[in-house]
Design a protein around this ligand. Structure first.
Ligand code: SF4
Length: 288
C-alpha cells in the first residue's frame, strides 16, 4: 500500500472488488464498533461507501465507531461524491485492480465521473490486470504504451472501466492483440453512439476478438423497446451487452418497476442473452 498512513478500511459489503487484507473490515449489517485492538495498528478509519443506498448505514457506523476510538473516522467513497483524483493500489480495491488515470474530459449528463474526478489526469502506473480507468483511451500514446508494457507481465487482463468506442484505433488494437486479454468493455449508452460502437466492435472482431471477450455497457431505463433494439444491435455486432439501469446519483435510490428490473436482469447474464437471441429478435413482453 502506498499510503504513508496505516488505514483501517470499513466496507458495508464484501464484493469481488473490495480488498481482503488484515486492515479491511466488513461489519455485515452490524452497527456496533468491533474490538479495534484486534486489528494491526492503524492511524485512521475510512468507511468506504460505493452505493447511495448504503449511505445512512455508513453514517451510523461513523458515529458509532468514533465513540470508541481516538483515531479519526472518515466516511466517503463514490456514494458521497468524494473527490477521487489519485489512486493508492490496494486501499479501497483489491491490489490487482488499478487506475492508471482518473477523470474524463467528456460530460455525459448521466455520469458522475467528471464531477468527482475532474478532467482526465494520468497517474503513475502500478501493476495490475484489471484496468479500471473511466476513460483509458483519452490518455496519451506514451502513457498507453507504458500501460501495455506493464500488462505484458499480466494474465486475464480486463479493461473494465469502459472504452470510448470512437477512440479505439489501430494502435490500441495492435497492442492488445499481443496481450492476454480476458475482457474488453466498451460502452454504448445512447442510440446516437451506436454507429461509433459498431465501427469499434467491428475493428475488434477483425483484430481477432469475439463476443467472449468484447463486452459492452448499455445504459437503459427510458424507452424499453428502443433499449431492447440497442441491446440487440450490440449483440448482433459481436459484443455481449450488459444492461445498466440509469441511476440518479444525486438521490438516494432510483426505483424501477418489477418489469424494468426483469428487463435489466434478462440483459445482464450471457446465458439468458444467448437464449433470448436464439429465440429471435422479437421484442419480449417483460411483464409476464
Ligand atoms: S460516461 Fe464515460 S465518457 Fe461519459 S463522462 Fe462518464 S466516464 Fe466520461
Amino acid at each position: 500500500m502506498n499510503s504513508n498512513k496505516s488505514i483501517l478500511r470499513i466496507f458495508p459489503k464484501k464484493t469481488s472488488y473490495t480488498p481482503e487484507d488484515r486492515l479491511a473490515y466488513y461489519p455485515e449489517g452490524i452497527i456496533q464498533a468491533p474490538m479495534f485492538s484486534l486489528f494491526p495498528k492503524f492511524d485512521e478509519i475510512h468507511i468506504s461507501c460505493s452505493f447511495t443506498w448504503d449511505k445512512d448505514y455508513c453514517i451510523k457506523l461513523q458515529e458509532q465507531y468514533q465513540a470508541f476510538t481516538d483515531q479519526p473516522v472518515k466516511v466517503g467513497g463514490p456514494a458521497f461524491v468524494s473527490v477521487a483524483k489519485e489512486f493508492t493500489p490496494g486501499l479501497y480495491l483489491k491490489p490487482n485492480i488499478v487506475f492508471t488515470s482518473r477523470g474524463c474530459n467528456n460530460q455525459c449528463p448521466w455520469c458522475i465521473v467528471p464531477k468527482i474526478e475532474g478532467r482526465l489526469k494520468e497517474l503513475p502506473i502500478c501493476p495490475g490486470n484489471i484496468i479500471q480507468d473511466n476513460n483509458f483511451l483519452q490518455t496519451n500514446r506514451k502513457h498507453k504504451d507504458k500501460v501495455f508494457e506493464m500488462l505484458r507481465a499480466q494474465r486475464r487482463i480486463q479493461f473494465k472501466g469502459g472504452l470510448q468506442p470512437n477512440l479505439i484505433d489501430d494502435h490500441f488494437i495492435e497492442n492488445i492483440r499481443s496481450l492476454k486479454i480476458d475482457e474488453l468493455w466498451l460502452a454504448c449508452d445512447t442510440d446516437q453512439s451506436l454507429p461509433a460502437f459498431k465501427k469499434a466492435c467491428q475493428m475488434l472482431v477483425k483484430g481477432g476478438f469475439n463476443r467472449e471477450k468484447i463486452k459492452c455497457y448499455v445504459l437503459i431505463g427510458d424507452d424499453m423497446e428502443a433499449n431492447e433494439n440497442r441491446l440487440q444491435e450490440v449483440y448482433q455486432t459481436g459484443a455481449m451487452p450488459f444492461a445498466q439501469l440509469l441511476r440518479d446519483f444525486t438521490s438516494c435510490k432510483t426505483e424501477y418497476t418489477k418489469v424494468w428490473n426483469a428487463f435489466a436482469r434478462q440483459w445482464q447474464r450471457p446465458a439468458s442473452i444467448n437464449a433470448h437471441m436464439k429465440r429471435g429478435t422479437q421484442f419480449k413482453d417483460y411483464s409476464t
